[in-house]
Design a binder for this molecule. Structure first.
Ligand SMILES: [Zn+2]
Length: 210
């Protein structure tokens, strides 16, 4: 089978993401760049708990199927990001609870904790674009291009998209974002969360750079 190792790695990430509730049933999708012009991506309509290695789709960056089952309906967003952001090696798109919750408010998320900071907060909500369209790729790419440190964007009334230099990095960013948003929500329920100050942000950057 072509791209065996990378498909196995992608399926492992799918299992992990399913276990922690980042993806469920067939909602959300994950991909990894396999070469300059190819990517492996979760197939459409297959429940994550039942997915097998050879189900994983291999597509070119125009979205044409090379091998495996028919790719995710959200492939156009993934391929747009890989085409326009050559440093991106992995993408994790989730319909996770807190990402959906905050995407509905259409308000930027401040760097209120270390998890959100790690994602490059403030985290913006992309302008509305329907799932499965080219437009959702365009609005997402535009934001990531204008904010080189940003790793996570919320998709309006939909979820989040996390990018990384490789698959593990993208997965970590998606998980950080969901944990950061869940705890931010909890703080909003019990009080008024304070964003990290500029001085605190500088301290954290210095600590992480060591
Ligand atoms: Zn989606």
């Amino acid at each position: 089978m072509k791209h065996q190792a990378i498909r196995e790695q992608l399926l492992e990430t799918v299992v992990k993401a399913n276990e922690v509730g980042l993806i469920r049933l067939s909602a959300g999708n994950i991909s990894v760049r396999t070469s300059k012009n190819l990517a492996a991506i979760t197939p459409t309509g297959v429940k994550y708990r039942q997915m097998k290695v050879d189900d994983i789709s291999i597509v070119d960056l125009d979205g044409h199927l090379i091998d495996g089952l028919a790719p995710s309906s959200e492939t156009p967003m993934h391929t747009a990001i890989y085409r326009d952001l050559p440093e991106v090696g992995g993408i994790c798109h989730t319909h996770s609870s807190y990402a959906i919750t905050f995407s509905m408010l259409e308000e930027e998320i401040p760097p209120a904790n270390l998890e959100l900071f790690a994602c490059g907060a403030p985290i913006p909500v992309a302008p509305w674009a329907c799932t499965g369209t080219q437009k959702i790729g365009e609005v997402t790419v535009e934001i990531f291009k204008s904010r080189p440190d940003l790793k996570v964007v919320l998709l309006d009334k939909h979820g989040l998209v996390a990018i990384g230099r490789d698959l593990d990095h993208a997965y970590e960013m998606a998980l950080n974002a969901e944990v950061g948003l869940r705890t931010y929500h909890q703080a909003l329920v019990v009080g008024k969360p304070q964003s990290l100050t500029d001085d605190q942000l500088e301290e954290i950057k210095a600590a992480y750079s060591k």
